[in-house]
Design a protein around this ligand. Structure first.
Ligand code: ATP
Length: 354
């Protein structure tokens, strides 16, 4: 097994820079997810690690060895693609064993490895089928099986679940996580889905426009987003972002652009009077008969939770209540804000304040 390092890695397509100096340190055995919106450069970064795209500047290391110019086959990695890339004219067994055959592995050894991977993935009964005779989830498992039989130093996944329906995606998330817990192979996984990242990763790398915005565990990113971008990207429904400034007289009061006062805990005295963005996750708005009055704009029961859009002064707030709320649009609702969970960001640079 091996760790992976990106050191000041850059990539341009022609004159157009898409990776702008990326540093990431992935420990041996870690499950790291690169996440970010479409076009942020995450697939390009993964493809550079795989050797499918050359590097404009910087260094990529696998197991301490610089691999910048090493061909993909010599990198000891196995990649699982979004479209699975199975050979349609080969059975499951042949698909899984193909790379071993190419590498001239002894037949008995190849069969043993395919059997082992099929056992882990629950594919034993399907070994003689062709890809067209499989469901989406089974094809996905075959693609993973093909990676497992190679027993690589590093697994790479490029949006492997995006062709599956929502229910199957949740099931496969758990399977991949379990697989990692079992094999403990260093894994680098790309997705644009922050829920996938939050639920599966040991460590998340949030990317945006060719740079790394923040690296941390799922809960570190959730509890302490480094900036407005990460605050808005991680968490669903998204964090409310309210513009305004800290009361010049009182660091425990935030005044929104329309003059509504919202509570703050732990703001530095030096921030008094500063233009800020008040970041409030929907679940830290609580029902409280003695709290601030708002008007219900939209109410969405989900069964366990109630999602609600509330107009508070001139500000629309997304709220998530962990209970049923019997009310209709237009009615009023009183809420309190858990000030200890408020995030403050600089209005100009977007950096977290404390
Ligand atoms: P997605 O989630 O949509 O796949 P991504 O974050 O993986 O997005 P990349 O595919 O890495 O993004 O692309 C990053 C940027 O590089 C995009 O602006 C894309 O248009 C550009 N790009 C990617 N491949 C090429 C190429 N071969 N030639 C020119 N530009 C490219």
């Amino acid at each position: 097994m091996a760790g992976v390092q990106f050191a000041e890695v850059r990539k341009s397509f022609g004159a157009f820079p898409v990776i702008k100096g990326v540093n990431i340190d992935i420990a041996d055995g870690e499950f790291v997810i690169l996440v970010g919106p479409s076009g942020c450069g995450k697939s390009t970064l993964l493809r550079m690690l795989a050797g499918l795209e050359n590097i404009s500047a910087g260094e990529i290391r696998i197991g301490g060895r610089v691999v910048n110019t090493l061909p993909p086959k010599d990198r000891d990695i196995a990649m699982v693609f979004q479209n699975y890339a199975l050979y349609p004219h080969m059975t499951v067994q042949q698909n899984m064993g193909f790379s071993l055959m190419l590498n001239k592995a002894p037949k008995a050894e190849a069969e043993k490895r395919v059997k082992y991977a099929a056992g882990i993935l629950g594919l034993d009964a399907l070994l003689d089928r062709y890809p067209r005779q499989l469901s989406g989830g089974q094809r996905q498992r075959v693609a993973m099986g093909r990676a497992i039989v190679r027993n690589p130093e590093v697994f790479l996944f490029d949006e492997p679940l995006s062709n599956l329906d929502a229910k199957l995606r949740v099931a496969m998330r758990a399977e991949i996580k379990e697989l990692h817990q079992r094999l403990k192979t260093t894994t680098v996984y790309v997705t644009h889905d922050q829920i996938e990242a939050m639920t599966m990763a040991d460590k998340i790398v949030v990317m945006h426009d060719g740079i790394v915005e923040q690296v941390g565990s799922p809960l570190e990113l959730y509890d302490k987003p480094a900036n407005l971008f990460v605050g808005g990207f991680i968490g669903s429904p998204a964090m409310n972002m309210i513009r305004g400034r800290l009361d010049p007289e009182n660091a425990a009061r935030f005044i929104t652009a329309d003059g509504t006062a919202l509570p703050v805990a732990n703001a530095p005295e030096s921030a008094k009077g500063r233009d800020l963005v008040y970041g409030l996750r929907p679940e830290y708005i609580l029902l409280d008969a003695g709290g601030l009055p708002g008007e219900i704009v939209v109410i969405e029961p989900t069964g366990y939770e109630t999602h609600l859009s509330l107009k508070l002064g001139g500000t629309d707030l997304n709220c998530v209540f962990r209970e049923r709320v019997n009310a209709r649009p237009g009615e009023s609702l009183h809420v309190a804000i858990d000030a200890s969970h408020v995030h403050l960001f600089d209005a100009e640079g977007g950096q977290r304040l404390t």
